[in-house]
Design a protein around this ligand. Structure first.
Ligand SMILES: Cc1cc2nc3c(=O)[nH]c(=O)nc-3n(C[C@H](O)[C@H](O)[C@H](O)COP(=O)(O)OP(=O)(O)OC[C@H]3O[C@@H](n4cnc5c(N)ncnc54)[C@H](O)[C@@H]3O)c2cc1C
Length: 359
């Protein structure tokens, strides 16, 4: 007689999205199984890992910053405690001004209640002789970086200890879906959550996740400051003294798998506009961010199969989006709590869900 092992959740994919879901479920004492093929160029493995609440060309407060940023701090700190590993670095970000007008603009924003929690200080004169910051600059707080490789490895070890881990490719054809649960390779689970990034299960092919290519360079220099520098590119310290990651490029049109000369030149040009020190380039890396057309994450439950769920579309901000929205998704599954329309996959149902896409 065939006896299946009973668990609560299967998670497919252990990038930033799947790891956050796994931690949420372990915190709730759920029995989980994670299936992950750990592809080398998964964006979670090449990401700079930076988080910053003030972004974009106009340097404005990012979407939902007041919820996402306090949440991510407590989430990663608690993950460090659970795994007994260090991977979360809460450090300031320095953004040199490019004009007196910009300096004035930030002087007025510094008394605006919308920004006051995020501004640490403003320099009206150059702060560092290794930087091109003639007009001074702005120091932001609630910024920092996640050592994503260290984090993924720590979560993987925790899953091995407190759940089941399959380090292999998930095979869609072997998944049986019933009203009461799902079955996969001798395991029965109440739910399955797909956190696959750009890889897609046939069940959610209609959710249009787009590849947004990014490249970064890793440099070595004499500058050893525990601060992120940003103007055009992010320059983020790595654990070893003098090592920095510089990035990233954004391209929705370049679909080539691999590093490019064009991206390298773009990054070097922007870096040279920002820094006054010499450096050597150690390596260059690439990956495709799983992005939605509206730059919001995509989460929710399959329209017909209530045991199937998706957590995807983290785009360029997986480090800050995954903690908060994994909690939201798990609450919606457990308590049937409706999702915010901005993030619910329901927004694609009318556009792309048709009998021909039904399974
Ligand atoms: C160059 C670059 C720089 C970036 N910098 C930052 C940054 O500074 N800050 C930030 O917040 N974000 C950054 N990002 C974006 C960030 O990397 C993404 O938001 C995030 O990694 C997406 O995570 P994910 O788990 O959804 O996807 P992924 O990282 O793609 O993870 C999916 C996982 O699922 C596995 N998988 C898929 N299908 C299967 C299957 N059938 N069987 C088994 N396993 C499967 C894959 O192997 C992978 O391990 C950057 C991205 C790039 C490319």
């Amino acid at each position: 007689m065939h006896i299946s092992k009973h668990i609560d959740f299967i998670i497919v994919g252990q990038g930033l999205a799947g790891s956050a879901v796994a931690l949420q479920l372990l915190k709730r004492h759920k029995k989980i199984m994670v299936i992950d093929a750990a592809s080398t160029h998964a964006p979670s493995r090449v990401a700079i890992g930076m988080f910053n609440p003030i972004t974009g060309r106009n340097s404005v407060k990012t979407w939902m910053a007041d919820q996402l940023f306090p949440y991510l701090h407590s989430f990663y700190k608690s993950a460090e405690l659970q795994t007994h590993k260090r991977f979360f670095y809460s450090i300031p970000l320095y953004r040199p001004f490019c004009s007196i007008e910009e300096q004035n603009e930030w002087m007025s924003r510094s008394v605006d209640p919308i920004y006051k929690d995020y501004i640490d200080k403003i320099f009206t004169r150059p702060w560092h002789d290794a930087l091109k910051d003639n007009f001074g600059g702005l120091v932001l707080r609630q910024t920092g970086y996640l050592d994503t490789l260290g984090y993924l490895e720590a979560v993987r070890t925790l899953i091995r200890a407190r759940g089941t881990l399959f380090e292999e490719v998930f095979d869609d054809e072997l998944l049986d879906v019933e009203e009461t649960g799902v079955h996969y390779k001798g395991y029965s689970a109440q739910h399955i959550i797909f956190c696959q990034g750009l890889e897609s299960t046939r069940w959610f092919k209609w959710v249009p996740v787009l590849p947004l290519k990014g490249e970064i360079i890793c440099i070595q220099c004499d500058l050893c400051e525990n601060i992120i520098v940003n103007r055009g590119v992010y320059v983020v310290p790595v654990n070893q003294a003098g090592s920095w990651r510089v990035g990233a490029t954004y391209s929705l049109t370049d679909q080539t798998r691999g590093i490019t000369e064009k991206a390298r030149i773009e990054l070097i040009t922007k870096l040279n506009e920002l820094v006054a020190f010499s450096y050597t380039i150690q390596s260059q890396e690439w990956g495709f961010r799983p992005t939605m057309h509206d730059r919001r994450p995509a989460l929710g439950t399959h329209p017909e199969q209530k045991r199937l769920h998706i957590f995807n579309g983290m785009g360029p901000k997986g480090v800050s989006l995954a903690p908060y929205f994994s909690d939201i998704l798990v609450q919606s599954i457990e308590n049937h709590r409706p999702l915010n329309k901005d993030v619910d996959i329901e927004r694609y149902k009318l556009l792309y869900w048709s009998p021909s896409t039904r399974i």
